[in-house]
Design a protein around this ligand. Structure first.
Ligand code: ADP
Ligand code: MG
Length: 505
C-alpha cells in the first residue's frame, strides 16, 4: 500500500548542526504515527520540512506515492498537510473564525471585506470535524490554552478543503502543557482524526505516545534509531533507544543525595506573610539542602517564591540571608545578594532571544568576564564553552542564537547563566524541568546534586510530587496560604506522594 506521506533519506543541516541525518519515515492512511526523541533530536525540524517551512538539503518526499517538494507552507497545505506547531501560532485579539481561515479566506473575503456569515460557517465546519463547541465568533484571547489548541487543530483540518487527498495532520508536542481532562479531550480528538486523516504525533511523553499511536519512530541525534508497532513497544525500550544510555531504574539517584545536618543556614524565613496570598510561613534552608514546596494552584507557593525573589513585597515577617535581615525591592536586589531564579516560562523570562548562547550565559553577571570597559573575549568564550560541555548543550557553538536551540537546551543555558554567577548562594527553581524530556531532566537533576555538593541552598517548586520527594531534603506542604505540614525527606525516610496529597487538598 502506498503511504499517505513518505520521506526517504532526509538530511537537513544548520550551520554546524546536522539536525536530520538521512531520516526515512512513512505514515499510512488512517494511521497515527508517534515520533519521539529527546530535545534536539530533530523532531521539529522533520515536521518543518514536511510542512514546507524548511527545504531539505538531501532526500525525497512522496505524497500518496507521488514525488513532491514543498517550497512554502502554503504548498504543503495545498497538498493536504496541516500542522499544529509546538508554539501556538494563533492571533489572540481576533476571532476563532478568522484564525481558522487565516491566509485561506477564499470566498469569505471579497474586495478586502470579510463575508462574516460565510467565514464563520467555514470555520464552524472545521470545528464540527472535531466536535468542538467553541463558537467561531469567540475572541482567541478569551480561550484557555487547551481550547486554543483545539482551534489550532480545526485550523489544521482546513487543509482538507483545498486538497484532493485525505489530510495528514501533524501535531508537534501538543501535550506538553495540557493536564488531566484537557489531555483526554486531545486524545479523543486524535481518535476522531484517525477516521478522516493520517496523524503524526510528536511527544516526549512515552506513555502517551504508546497510547495514541499505531506505530512509533524514535529519533536520536537526527537519525531514526528505531521503528516499531506500539503494541510491541514499551516505555523502557523506547527510553533506552531515545536516550541511548541505560535507563536508570533510579531515575532520581536518591542515594547520591548528601546529608545537610549541621550545615550553615543560608536562608531563614520567619512568619512571612503577603496579605491575600500567604500567611505566617517559616522555614530554614541550609547549605546543600533542597527545600521542596508542594501545594496546589492557589496554595500560595507561587506567590511565596516570587516574594522570596523580590518580585513582590512581603507584608509581615522577616527574611534573613546568612543571618542578616534582607528586604529585596526587586529581583535585581535579590541577584545582587546572591539569589538565582529559574522560572518555568523560560521562553518569556529566562532567555534573551536573538542573543547568542554565550551572551545569555553571561547576562546575569557580566562582571565575571568584563574588565573595565573591555570584555575579556577569550575568557568569556572559554567559559561559555566549558558550560556548553558540562551541561551537554546541543548547539553548533557558543555564538549560535539561543532562539534556535530546542527547549531543553535553552533551559540548560538558563541554568548555566545563573550558575555562572560566583555570588550565587541560593537558587529558587520554579518548575525547572517542565516540558523537558527524560534525558534533559536527568541532566538537570545531576546539576542540582552538583550544586548542592558545592554548598548551594535550593528552594524547589517541582513539577510532580515524585520530583519534589526525590530531590528534597525537607518538604513544606502549603494549603490556602499556610504551611499545612512539613516532611523530612532525607534518603531513607522519604514520604509517599499520597502522604503529601492528603495535606494538599
Ligand atoms: P526537537 O524538536 O527534536 O527538540 P529540533 O528539530 O528543534 O529538535 O532541533 C534539532 C537540532 O537542530 C537542534 O540541535 C537544534 O539546536 C538545531 N536547530 C533547529 N532549528 C535550527 C535553526 N533554525 N538554526 C540552527 N539550528 C537549528
Ligand atoms: Mg521540537
Amino acid at each position: 500500500m502506498t503511504a499517505a506521506l513518505e520521506v526517504r533519506n532526509l538530511t537537513k543541516r544548520f550551520r554546524g548542526v546536522v539536525a536530520l541525518d538521512g531520516v526515512s519515515f512513512e505514515v499510512r492512511s488512517h494511521e497515527v504515527v508517534g515520533l519521539i526523541g529527546e530535545n534536539g533530536a530533530g523532531k521539529s525540524t522533520l515536521l518543518k520540512v514536511l510542512s514546507g517551512i524548511y527545504q531539505p538539503d538531501e532526500g525525497e518526499i512522496y505524497r500518496n506515492g507521488e514525488r513532491v517538494a514543498f517550497r512554502s507552507s502554503q504548498e504543503s497545505a495545498r497538498a493536504g498537510i496541516g500542522m499544529v506547531h509546538q508554539e501556538q501560532s494563533l492571533i489572540t485579539n481576533v476571532t476563532v473564525g478568522e484564525n481558522i481561515l487565516l491566509g485561506a479566506e477564499g470566498d469569505a473575503v471579497r474586495f478586502g471585506f470579510y463575508n462574516w456569515p460565510r467565514l464563520n460557517a467555514n470555520a464552524q465546519r472545521q470545528l464540527d470535524k472535531i466536535a468542538s463547541r467553541i463558537p467561531p465568533t469567540a475572541i482567541v484571547e478569551s480561550l484557555s490554552f487547551a481550547e486554543r489548541q483545539m482551534v489550532e487543530l480545526a485550523k489544521a483540518l482546513y487543509v482538507e478543503e483545498g486538497a484532493k487527498a485525505e489530510p495528514v495532520i501533524v501535531l508537534d508536542e501538543p501535550t506538553s502543557v495540557l493536564e488531566g481532562a484537557e489531555l483526554e479531550t486531545l486524545f479523543d480528538q486524535i481518535d476522531r482524526l484517525r477516521k478522516i486523516a493520517s496523524v503524526i504525533f510528536v511527544s516526549h511523553r512515552l506513555d502517551e505516545v504508546l497510547r495514541v499511536s499505531d506505530r512509533v519512530y524514535v529519533l536520536k541525534d537526527g537519525r531514526s534509531v528505531g521503528e516499531m508497532r506500539a503494541e510491541e513497544a514499551d516505555v523502557e525500550t523506547l527510553h533506552r533507544l531515545m536516550v541511548g544510555r541505560e535507563s536508570s531504574a533510579q531515575f532520581y539517584r536518591e542515594d547520591e543525595q548528601l546529608p545537610v545536618e549541621g550545615k550553615e543556614v543560608v536562608l531563614s524565613v520567619d512568619g512571612l506573610s503577603r496579605r491575600g496570598a500567604f500567611d505566617d510561613v517559616s522555614f530554614e534552608v541550609r547549605e546543600g539542602e533542597v527545600l521542596g514546596i508542594a501545594g496546589v494552584l492557589g496554595s500560595g507557593r507561587e506567590e511565596l517564591s516570587r516574594v522570596l525573589f523580590g518580585a513582590e513585597p512581603f507584608t509581615a515577617g522577616s527574611v534573613r540571608l546568612h543571618g542578616k535581615p534582607v528586604r529585596f525591592g526587586s529581583p535585581v536586589d535579590a541577584v545582587t545578594a546572591g539569589l538565582g531564579y529559574i522560572p518555568a516560562e523560560r521562553r518569556i523570562e529566562g532567555i534573551a532571544d536573538g542573543m547568542s548562547v554565550e551572551e545569555n550565559i553571561f547576562l546575569v553577571d557580566p562582571d565575571t568576564v568584563s574588565w573595565g570597559p573591555f570584555r575579556r573575549v577569550a575568557a568569556a568564550r572559554d567559559s561559555a564553552r566549558e558550560w556548553i560541555e558540562r551541561l551537554r548543550v546541543r548547539t553548533p557553538d557558543e555564538r549560535a542564537n539561543i532562539g534556535n536551540l530546542s527547549g531543553g537546551n535553552q533551559q540548560k543555558v538558563v541554568l548555566a547563566k545563573w550558575l555562572n554567577s560566583p555570588k550565587l548562594r541560593l537558587l529558587i527553581l520554579d518548575h525547572p524541568t517542565r516540558g523537558l524530556d527524560v534525558g534533559a531532566k536527568e541532566d538537570v537533576y545531576a546539576f542540582v546534586r552538583e550544586q548542592c555538593a558545592r554548598g548551594m541552598a535550593v528552594v524547589l517548586l517541582a513539577d510532580s510530587l515524585e520530583e519534589t520527594i526525590a530531590l528534597s531534603h525537607t518538604i513544606l506542604v502549603m494549603r490556602d496560604g499556610r504551611v499545612e505540614d512539613r516532611f523530612d525527606a532525607r534518603p531513607g525516610s522519604k514520604p509517599l506522594p499520597v502522604d503529601l496529597v492528603e495535606k494538599m487538598v
